[in-house]
Design a protein around this ligand. Sequence first.
Ligand SMILES: C=C(O[C@@H]1C=C(C(=O)O)C=C[C@H]1O)C(=O)O
Length: 186
Amino acid sequence: MYAFQTSRFQSHEPKWLDCQKFPRSALSAADAHWLLDTGSLTAHLRRLSHGHFHVEVLAQRWQIPRLSERRLLGMGDRHWGLVREVRLHCNRQPWVYARSVLPATSLVGRLDRLRTLDSRPLGHLLFTDPHMSRDRYEICKVPAAALDESVLAPYSEDLWGRRSRFLLSGHPIMVSEIFLPAFRPW
Ligand SMILES: C=C(O[C@@H]1C=C(C(=O)O)C=C[C@H]1O)C(=O)O
């Protein structure tokens, strides 16, 4: 249960669903356009904010990831990963909360530098990797109450979330993103 206590999510985890199984009536074409975009979110946000973009690191801890994350990443129940929680800011407003899980066994070779990213965006390293592939998204609507106040001031409506597995020279990592109220799609 330790992993739950250290996350910015409260006790329950979002109900992720394969984007192809998500009810089309609940996902407009306009939302699908940006939510299912497979390019670098960092690159989009940099353009949208004309460079007024920065990464706020909320936490970066070694812990046993959530069950669904371990399953997505093929991790055993006792395998540790580096869990990185950040907020991406555009024009000094928090637009995205992101949680990435980097299995210890993936942090080898070029990926070893993921251990010390600090406020450099993860996306730059992922999208400059010539051997990167990305799986299909899982998406969800996250009740605002699922995020604690360190991420989101009290907000009533649900928020869009997405997550996907990256393979970098065959090494898996997972990135999940929750789009906060200030977010403006491109
Ligand atoms: C995967 C990307 O990296 C972004 C940057 C992150 C970080 O610095 O921790 C986390 C998730 C993403 O929003 C991307 O730019 O698409």
